[in-house]
Design a protein around this ligand. Structure first.
Ligand code: S3P
Length: 173
C-alpha cells in the first residue's frame, strides 16, 4: 500500500458504498469520489445511457481509465467504486497497491431486498423479474466474491457503523 491515503469502498450493487463512503470521508476529513458519478460527469451521460450507447465491454475500459485518473490525481480520498470495478481489467491489483480496499459484505438475500427497489439506475439488473433477479444476484455475487475477498478489510455492511469503520480505518491508513 502506498502512502497517499486512498480508501476504496467495494462491494456488490446496493451494498451502500456511496452512502457509507461519503460519511466515512466526512468523519476522516477526506475528500470523497463516487466513481460512477465521476464517469457520468466526465461523459455528461448517465451510466444507463453509457451502457446503452457503448455496451458493457467499452464501459469497463472507461471505468478503468477513470479509476486510474482518480488514483493518480488524488490523496486523502475515499473512493466508492462501482460494483464491478475490482472484477475487470486487473483493476484489483491497482486498487490493492494504491490504498486500502474495504469490502462491504452483504449476503445475496439482503442484496436482493435492497436491489428489488433500486433496479432502474442499474443497467445490469434493470427489468429482471423476481426469480430471475434473485438468481442473477446469487450467481454474480459468487463470481465476484474472489475479487471482493482480496480486500484488506472486510466488514458486514449491515452491522458496521461509520464510527466503527472510522476507528478501524484510522489504524490502517
Ligand atoms: C455495476 C455497478 C454499478 C455501475 C454499473 C455496473 C456492476 O455501480 O458501476 O451499473 O457491474 O456491478 P453500483 O455498484 O454503485 O450500483
Amino acid at each position: 500500500m502506498n502512502n497517499n491515503s486512498l480508501i476504496f469502498l467495494s462491494g456488490f450493487m446496493g451494498a451502500g458504498k456511496s452512502t457509507l463512503g461519503k460519511q466515512l470521508a466526512t468523519e476522516l476529513g477526506y475528500f470523497f469520489i463516487d466513481l460512477d458519478s465521476y464517469i457520468e460527469n466526465k461523459n455528461n451521460k448517465s451510466i444507463v445511457e453509457i451502457f446503452q450507447e457503448i455496451g458493457e465491454p467499452e464501459f469497463r475500459k472507461l471505468e478503468t481509465t477513470v479509476l486510474e485518473d482518480c488514483i493518480n490525481g488524488h490523496i486523502k480520498t475515499v473512493i466508492a467504486l462501482g460494483g464491478g470495478t475490482p472484477c475487470f481489467n486487473n483493476n484489483i491489483d491497482l486498487i490493492l497497491k494504491s490504498g486500502l480496499m474495504i469490502y462491504l459484505q452483504l449476503d445475496a438475500k439482503e442484496l436482493y431486498n435492497r436491489l428489488e427497489k433500486a433496479q432502474f439506475t442499474r443497467p445490469l439488473i434493470e427489468g429482471k423479474q423476481k426469480q430471475e433477479l434473485e438468481n442473477y444476484i446469487a450467481d454474480l455475487l459468487k463470481n465476484r466474491e474472489p475479487f471482493y475477498n482480496q480486500a484488506q478489510l472486510i466488514v458486514n455492511a449491515k452491522e458496521t457503523t461509520v464510527a466503527e469503520l472510522k476507528e478501524t480505518v484510522s489504524k490502517m491508513v
